[in-house]
Design a protein around this ligand. Structure first.
Ligand code: C5P
Length: 313
């Protein structure tokens, strides 16, 4: 039996929305201590990793939404992900990464982190010496606060700066509508604005509301909707007051819950069911308060291989 080395590996990874995001004090390393509930949704980016000739290094091409906004150099997290896997395997890093984007860029849905998680899994499989799940998770944590969750998927609690993941007990399928803005927000800027708005006072340790966890355990969408919360929302609204119009348009359409996703500017709306999500999406599109509206369900899996193409013998 011949074991063929793959010529290319295709991996899909999900966007996330934070059902709760509690931001604690700023740490000496500049990050904020978090307690968050991550939820992976069926807005998926795809990374195709293809073996490249010796000496090629890393190259990146992009297709899909907002191509011009995605860097194709070493500032792309997927590039760093490939390098980390090569270093861990003590092998040269010669690979082409093709990114197919659906997740908004700088949108608060961890699109760059999803691409990094997908690149980790794809390069690991492409170079064929499986460095192991635990090691991949450690590399993910080095890459960014949201990358471990993009590997994990589902519904999970994040602590530390977001990189320490434990699965959450959650039941049911949730129907979401996401409104994308036609501009991005920088995550560091939003955290800095959160600090500015809080002033000098003592910041309590971050915590996750019991009401949200019990709503997730019972699978009651209305209770989940009522308990969505994001400590960064005031900061995102302070930087972009127009987002209030988008949130109000979803509220008026009867969404069970309305929240800015992560550091924004994407707004997330929880619908009653699939049909209601169409109504909410139509109302948001016709409000003229956002660039694009997309529907998705959650929870979904983390980064997963969807295709492996063997090299010609
Ligand atoms: O980890 P990541 O690269 O996604 O973080 C981007 C930026 O977001 C950090 O440089 C920091 O300014 C801010 N951040 C933070 N606290 C966190 C996560 C991110 O202040 N827990």
């Amino acid at each position: 039996m011949s074991s063929t080395v793959p010529a290319s590996v295709t991996v899909r990874a999900p966007a996330k929305v934070n059902l709760a995001l509690s931001v604690g004090p700023r740490r000496p390393d500049g990050f904020h201590e978090l307690a968050t509930v991550f939820h992976a949704v069926s807005l998926l980016d795809t990374v195709v990793a293809t073996e490249a000739p010796p000496g090629h290094g890393v190259s990146i091409t992009v297709e899909g939404d907002e191509v011009a906004a995605v860097p194709t150099d070493d500032s792309n997290l997927a590039w760093s992900a490939a390098q980390l896997v090569a270093t861990a395997m003590r092998r040269p890093c010669d690979v082409h990464l093709h990114l197919i984007k659906n997740i908004p860029v700088a949108g608060g849905m961890a699109g760059g982190s999803a691409n990094a998680a997908a690149a980790l899994v794809a390069c690991d499989a492409l170079w064929g010496s499986s460095i192991g799940r635990q090691r991949l998770e450690a590399l993910a944590g080095q890459l960014g606060s949201d990358v471990p969750f993009a590997l994990h998927g589902g519904t999970a609690i994040g602590r530390g700066r977001g990189e320490q993941i434990t699965p959450a007990l959650a039941r049911g399928e949730y129907h979401w509508v996401f409104a994308f803005a036609d501009w991005g927000l920088s995550t560091p800027d939003v955290y800095a604005e959160c600090d500015r708005l809080r002033g000098e006072g003592q910041v309590p340790e971050p915590s996750i509301p019991d009401e949200l966890m019990s709503a997730l355990r019972s699978g009651r969408a209305s209770a989940v909707g009522a308990n969505l919360h994001n400590d960064l929302q005031a900061a995102a609204l302070s930087l972009r007051p127009r987002l209030k119009l988008t949130l109000e348009a979803g509220q008026d359409a009867g969404a069970l819950g309305v929240v800015i996703s992560g550091s924004g500017p994407t707004c997330a709306f929880l619908a009653r069911d699939d049909e209601h999500s169409i109504d909410v999406a139509v109302a948001l599109s016709s409000s003229g308060s956002c660039r694009t509206v997309k529907r998705a369900t959650g929870p979904v899996h983390g980064a997963r291989i969807v295709d492996i193409v063997g090299a010609p013998e």
